[in-house]
Write a protein that binds this ligand. Structure first.
Ligand code: PMP
Ligand code: GLN
Length: 388
């Protein structure tokens, strides 16, 4: 049975929908990536480093300059106290997550996971022998409370996985909920794996607070970041594991046999970007916020019910509230095939007790793409009427 875990999995919904968009020539508001090429100085730096920099294996834990730059960045922007020795560079957050699950879970350990969850979590937790314990969050607020946590945590809980800001909901988790989760983690002596890849993509008055900063969490939390999300270069796959020395040691044993290292020229470029592109971190969220607002307004004008989004590249529409009676997956398949616009069904982020009335849209796109996306989504809604 264990051997079937990976081979029986379907293709991820992101690849499925992007594949359909490519084949059909549809607008892609599905998979999360920007359609602008990313900060030019950073790409120029990377190009120079490919030509003139070091292109052999870097140290296993990452280039010293990048480990230091990551520590400095978090200490400066999130009030943390990391040292370079607490940072391990990985090939994207995906590898960082794999290192956490393979390195810290013993077979039979329970792992608390909030659904909707990022799609990589459950297969990898199970492959590591973990037993997922799901906490189901529901629209429109997607919040958890003490009773929900107490129902999920048991004496066998080894780990909780928290994604914040949250893909796909666009929620930036409030202080009081994080404080509650920290309290429950400490009470159960659990490790927190915090997938914070969206930490720089936060809008308006919302503020990202890292769980590792809460009382009792410094020694039991692994904070995960991704340069791909920080700089809007999702294909770069340069990630970070940040944790106290004991956890870092365990994670580095796993990382050494997963990928061992990550492209040295991209690592050096990211180190340069973190130290020199402060303006980017101010301007990028503002640009994205304008795109979020443009898509929201366009959708509302067409009568779609849009849920609030305080962070990430994503906002969600409520199908019944938008006059759409079919399930999210059926709507998304029809939208890409009949109307030429790809989106992501949020039910793909659930395993049990699925919410199938919500569709995720990516707004990190140019104005013309967003406007045409709205037209096509409206067409998709109407084409159902034509089918009936
Ligand atoms: N976690 C979350 C919540 C994500 O949204 C993503 C990708 N968008 C990842 C992890 C993977 O990050 P990376 O591309 O750095 O592997
Ligand atoms: N994180 C991206 C998203 O949510 C997709 C990454 C992937 O395709 N695996 O759209």
């Amino acid at each position: 049975m264990a051997n079937a875990i990976f081979s029986s999995l379907p293709t991820t919904v992101f690849e499925e929908m992007s594949g359909l968009a490519r084949t059909l020539g549809a607008i892609n508001l599905g998979q999360g990536f920007p359609d602008d090429p990313g900060p030019e100085p950073l790409r120029a730096k990377a190009a120079d480093l490919v030509l003139n920099g070091y292109n052999q294996y870097p140290p296993m834990a990452g280039l010293p300059e990048l480990r230091q730059a990551v520590a400095d960045h978090y200490n400066r922007t999130q009030g943390l106290d990391f040292e370079a020795a607490e940072i391990t560079v990985t090939s994207g957050a995906t590898e960082a997550l794999a290192a956490c699950f393979l390195g810290l879970i013993e077979p039979g350990d329970e792992v608390v996971v909030f659904q909707p969850f990022y799609d990589a979590y459950l297969p990898m937790i199970r492959r590591a022998g973990g037993v997922p314990k799901l906490v189901s969050l529901k629209p429109p607020h997607w919040r958890f409370d003490r009773a929900m946590l107490e129902a999920a945590f048991t004496p066998r809980t080894r780990m909780v996985v928290l994604n914040n800001p949250v893909n796909p909901t666009g929620v930036v988790i409030p202080d009081e909920d994080l404080a509650l989760l920290a309290e429950v983690c400490v009470a159960h002596d659990a490790i927190a794996v915090c997938d914070e890849v969206w930490e720089q993509v936060v809008f308006g008055n919302a503020r990202h607070r890292p769980l590792i900063a809460y009382p009792g969490m410094r020694e039991r939390t692994v904070k995960i970041g991704s340069a791909g999300k920080m700089f809007g270069l999702t294909g770069w796959k340069v990630g970070f594991l940040c944790a106290a020395p004991g956890l870092t040691h365990a994670l580095s044993r796993t990382h050494q046999f997963l990928t061992f290292t990550t492209a040295p020229n991209l690592q050096a470029a990211v180190a340069w970007g973190l130290a020199n592109l402060g303006d980017w971190f101010r301007d990028m969220p503002r640009t994205l916020e304008r795109s979020r607002d443009r898509l929201t307004e366009g959708l509302r004008r067409e009568g779609f019910a849009v849920l609030p989004s305080a962070g990430t590249y994503f906002l969600n529409i409520d199908l019944p509230g938008s006059g759409i009676t079919e399930g999210d997956r059926d709507f998304c398949l029809r939208a890409v095939k009949a109307a030429g616009v790809a989106a992501i069904p949020v039910s793909a982020f659930y395993e049990a007790d699925k919410v199938s009335s919500i569709v995720r849209l990516c707004f990190s796109k140019g104005d013309a793409t967003l406007d045409e996306g709205v037209v096509r989504l409206a067409k998709a809604r109407e084409s159902k009427g034509a089918d009936a």
